[in-house]
Design a protein around this ligand. Structure first.
Ligand code: NAP
Length: 260
């Protein structure tokens, strides 16, 4: 599969690393167009993908991803359009802020989709939400789905849920990172060295999440399994409730959504 990607910042580079790590896409078959800085060319030295500097070089791709900042997505698509429309190359924007209808206005009747990946795609453990545009043939959906599933799970999302998907899956990793850091602080307070504390906290979160996904038990059930009556865990949970742990988390999501 030949993948084109425009923009090699945090998300673009995470996706490129994920495809290379998957061993299903050869680095040379990923063509990358960067922006004004040397970010893409520095990354090329590390990852050995094909660095391009003109849209014309994307004419032979099976799929093209747009991973530039949101305000640039539509202008870039407009410049790209003359080189992709004849071959009907599917274009996938990874911005939460640009809908399939907006993409479609720039390239009417062209196969487009909106995908929201998250940073764990770089280790093939991501979750990507996808909204398919109207003009996608089944074979084009298959190409999109295949390229994204190399990066982790893929979840089709209703268009009116894409913003909350982006908040939960895209911003959520930063919430979890802060939680891990705070758990590490708690462990450090009681004498554990930081390196071990972060490793233990991260493994604990990974295992807890995996248990929930595999058993499909309700999170409250899994919590009850740990918090025995009169035990130490319930005392810790009560302290978290007193400090507004749940409310703070809900408000974290709500604040992002209020600013959408
Ligand atoms: N970060 C996340 O976790 C995340 C999650 C989901 C979706 N997204 C979406 O992914 C997109 C990129 O976000 P990001 O966090 O990766 O931003 P970023 O780190 O700022 O990277 C954006 C990249 O786009 C490049 N660029 C800008 N204009 C360009 C152009 N005309 N042609 C080619 N490349 C151009 C920039 O290159 P130069 O600096 O060299 O100009 C920069 O490396 C956004 O639309 C964002 O909403 C991000």
């Amino acid at each position: 599969m030949k993948i084109g990607i425009i923009g090699a910042g945090h998300m673009g580079s995470a996706m490129i690393k994920g495809w290379i790590n998957s061993k299903q896409v050869e680095a040379k078959n990923i063509s990358v167009k960067g922006g004004k800085s040397l970010t893409a060319s520095h990354l090329q030295k590390e990852l050995d993908f094909t660095l391009i500097n003109q849209y014309e070089d994307l004419q032979k791709m099976d799929i093209i991803f747009l991973a530039t900042p949101t305000p640039v997505i539509l202008p870039v698509l407009n410049e790209l359009a003359p080189f992709i429309m004849d071959n009907k190359i599917p274009v996938v924007s990874v911005s939460a802020g640009v809908s399939t209808q907006e993409l479609q206005q720039v390239v009417p009747n062209h196969p487009v989709a909106q995908a929201i990946p998250n940073t764990p795609v770089q280790i093939n453990q991501g979750i990507t939400g996808i909204v398919y545009g109207k003009n996608l043939a089944d074979s084009q959906k298959e190409i999109i789905n295949h390229s994204l599933s190399l990066l982790g799970n893929v979840q089709e999302v209703r268009p009116d849920n894409i913003a909350i998907f982006g908040t939960l899956a895209g911003c959520g990793p930063a919430f979890v990172d802060v939680f891990i850091e705070a758990l590490g602080d708690g462990a450090c307070l009681h004498g554990m060295d930081r390196e071990m504390a972060y490793k233990v906290a991260a493994s604990m979160i990974k295992g807890t999440a995996e248990l929930l996904l595999r058993t499909q038990d309700h999170p409250a059930q899994l919590k009850d399994n740990v918090a025995s009556p009169g035990g130490t865990t319930i005392k810790g949970l009560v302290a978290l409730e007193k400090e507004g742990f749940r409310y703070a988390t809900i408000q974290g999501i709500n604040t992002i959504m209020s600013n959408e």
